[in-house]
Design a protein around this ligand. Structure first.
Ligand code: DC
Length: 236
């Protein structure tokens, strides 16, 4: 069967990565968490005190950054590595969440990440979640979904996620972080967060994970059927 690109974009903490992982598993596709890449870059920039306003410093830093994903059979998930070191837990901490949007506005950072993501998806058969997948990374993605949810629901879900990692964070702090990130992500000059014209809207405020997964799988099925019919027509 033809392999396609599935782009899941949307606001912070509305269930994109959970949905993307499950859709990828159901289809036997690769899952690429582009937010993790921006988080890993942020960790590097903070550790090396890189001046984000100095393009030369930023480019030199980017030349020294290698991001990869490796499957961990113990946790049964793909984990993020920065220059060969597992940084999966570190990049999910609040101090990274508080800085990541500022790092993600830097044009040199975006160019490097977008190029790497396009390389990762060049053979297709990928589910990518992020902010600009359907608009900048793969504008030709066969299936695009723009996900959102009300901010209180997102904050509660994020708090629960952090709690599961033994991080106790106040709900107000999380809500503020989400709102701030949404604002920076949507108003930046370079590939801002926005719904692509051809993206289906999915509000997950009152949905279960399974319903979200079904929504995306339905879109994929319709697309593949549509393409199969088009091929048959050409052959007939
Ligand atoms: O998906 P996430 O919350 O882990 O993403 C963290 C941040 O990374 C997000 O606030 C903005 C940035 N990001 C981006 O600018 N473009 C992407 N494709 C993915 C994430």
């Amino acid at each position: 069967m033809k392999k396609i690109v599935i782009a899941l974009d949307g606001h912070s903490s509305c269930g994109k990565s959970t949905t993307a992982k499950k859709v990828a598993a159901a289809l036997g596709y690769a899952y690429i968490d582009t937010g993790a890449m921006y988080r890993a870059v942020t960790l590097y920039m903070l550790r090396h005190h890189v001046a984000l306003t100095n393009p030369k410093e930023v480019c030199d830093a980017l030349d020294n950054i290698d991001i990869s994903f490796h499957y961990n059979p113990k946790t049964k998930r793909n984990e993020t590595y920065l220059n060969g070191l597992n940084v999966e837990d570190e990049i999910r901490k609040m101090y990274i969440s508080n800085q990541v949007s500022e790092v993600s506005v830097v044009p040199e950072v975006r160019h490097a990440m977008v190029a790497q993501q396009q390389k990762m998806g060049r053979k297709r058969g990928v589910v990518m979640d992020g902010r600009d997948i359907g608009t900048a990374v793969f504008p030709d993605a066969e299936v695009k979904v723009f996900m959102t949810a009300d901010v209180d629901t997102r904050a509660r879900r994020r708090q629960q996620e952090l709690l599961e990692k033994n991080q106790l964070v106040n709900l107000d702090e999380i809500r503020e972080n989400l709102q701030k990130r949404d604002h920076i992500d949507s108003t930046r000059k370079e590939s801002p967060l926005r719904r692509a014209e051809d993206a289906a809207l999915l509000d997950t405020s009152h949905m279960t994970i399974d319903e979200q997964v079904d929504f995306v799988i339905d879109k994929v099925t319709s697309k593949l059927l549509e393409e199969a019919h088009a091929v048959k027509k050409v052959e007939a």
